[in-house]
Design a binder for this molecule. Structure first.
Ligand SMILES: Cc1ncc(COP(=O)(O)O)c(C=O)c1O
Length: 452
């Protein structure tokens, strides 16, 4: 590919994209939303090309699915070879070695030096739902503790566990019972005058209080926590808060489930985000980058919890499909190496530096730069006020990056964060070019705001 990654040859979206999107709108429901008007033809590494021949740098990575980039050679090759041998069997009907290999690999690389077992499913939501079910059977209890700002998926249980009502849940009730919501430490929005340390202390205190005021611990099967909230706006859970959560779970026999669907598989510069805190969960859910874009999710957990369901209680027609397993083994071969994780951390350092410069230059607009490793977001506000989230400006920034050739997407309880989920093996040159565009886009929006 040429020197410059970005190549814009039409208006954005171009005529070809517009035509396909118009057909999409006619043929599919509006509820299945789209964040850009692009129709994409092909992808390679951190770049995608649309049907009009425009080339973009993809800083959304299929919403955090493409840690190893678009169409990595090893993954494509493994899938093509597998497609010639066996596309589907159904693990309920017969076993195949790839399925076992993925489970063995996940058991080996997931935190915790206890005996583990892995359940393969198709999506993140399915993984979370299965993990909660297993924790319930294991504990004989029903309650599930989740947090403000959480996102766990769109099945009925996981939507019930998800926090943001207007975007995800409106009109879809009734929701599943026995879901109890606790506060999550949103440091940027802490009360004025309170230090970060005081705030974390207060939040630790709130945890204990909630186990009195919201639900009794003896009723709780599982606490499900994202070590870095994804849809919630890339909020890292403070390590000391996670430590306290672990202690409470230990005191009361509660299963601690880390939902690492978005934060896992190298996204934070460690294989799993929980590794930053040293806290070992009893179960981990993973999906997204696990299979480089193929639909595969997994629950990895303590063997005694994983074995608590009766034979036949778990499974699905496509769970652990051979093509997805072939892709996952290749993806894990790449991601679970010190070199890959070191590069991911370096990408994080470079992105953070650029974003912090933006926050210095536009302090009234870029209120916060945060995340863990390369899982980074900028929170967009008005007048530099943490309590004035600005969704419109955020949408304007992502629209500006797009017309300049960089795909970015939003997140956040208030839809006011620009989040970055690039391939973690993105080159220095592509990263620099992408962040130059982000800078131009923020500057353009700031100039418009100043004029208004
Ligand atoms: C933390 C978390 N859990 C669960 C899910 C649901 O995953 P899926 O969309 O594969 O069902 C997501 C998706 O974004 C997620 O970020």
């Amino acid at each position: 590919m040429s020197e410059s990654a970005i190549r814009i040859v039409t208006e954005i979206p171009g005529p070809g994209s517009q035509a396909i999107v118009a057909r999409r709108e006619a043929a599919t429901p509006q509820g299945a939303a789209k964040l850009t008007g692009l129709a994409i033809e092909r992808g390679e590494g951190s770049r995608v090309e649309d049907v009009d021949g425009n080339r973009f740098i993809d800083m959304a990575g299929g919403i955090g699915v493409l840690a190893v980039g678009h169409c990595p050679e090893g993954v494509s090759r493994a899938m093509i070879e597998q497609a010639d041998k066996l596309i589907h069997m159904c693990a309920i009907v017969g076993s195949y070695e790839l399925y076992v290999q993925v489970a063995e690999r996940l058991n080996a690389i997931t935190p915790g030096d206890f005996e583990k077992k892995t359940l393969l499913v198709n999506t993140g939501a399915e993984a979370v739902e299965a993990a909660v079910g297993l924790a319930r059977v294991h504990s004989g209890r029903q309650g599930v503790v989740v947090f403000e700002g959480a996102y766990h998926g769109r099945s009925n249980l996981t939507m019930s566990m998800t926090s943001k009502f207007s975007l995800f849940k409106k009109g879809f009730g009734p929701f599943a019972p026995e879901v109890y919501r606790f506060p999550f430490p949103y440091n940027y929005r802490r009360p004025a005058g309170m230090s970060e340390e005081q705030f974390v202390e207060e939040q630790i205190q709130r945890l204990s209080e909630c186990f009195v005021s919201v639900v009794d611990p003896s009723h709780v099967a599982a606490v499900v926590v994202e070590p870095v909230q994804g849809e919630g706006g890339f909020l890292p859970a403070p390590a000391s808060w996670l430590v306290r959560l672990r202690e409470i779970c230990d005191e009361h026999g509660i299963v601690l489930i880390a939902d690492e669907v978005q934060s896992g598989m190298g996204r934070t510069g460690e294989l799993f985000a929980m590794e930053h805190s040293g806290v070992i969960p009893d179960m981990v859910t993973t999906a997204k980058s696990l299979a480089a874009g193929m639909p595969l999710g997994a629950v990895v957990g303590r063997a005694e919890i994983m074995d608590s369901a009766h034979p036949g209680g778990l499974g699905g027609t496509y769970s652990g499909n051979p093509l997805a397993c072939a892709a996952a083994l290749e993806a894990m071969d790449t991601i679970a190496t010190p070199e890959f994780l070191a590069r991911a951390r370096e990408v994080g350092v470079q992105m953070r530096e650029r974003m912090e410069k933006l926050a210095e230059r536009f302090p009234k607009m870029v209120g916060d730069v945060r995340g863990l490793g390369p899982m980074l977001a900028m929170e967009i506000v008005q007048d530099g006020d943490p309590l004035k989230p600005c969704m419109e400006t955020t949408a304007a920034i992502t629209a500006e990056t797009l017309i300049r050739g960089v795909i970015t997407i939003r997140a956040g309880l208030y839809s006011n964060c620009v989040r970055f989920l690039p391939p973690l093996n993105i080159s220095d040159a592509d990263l620099r070019e992408a962040m130059d565009v982000v800078e131009e886009a923020v500057a353009a929006v700031a100039a418009r705001r100043a004029e208004a």
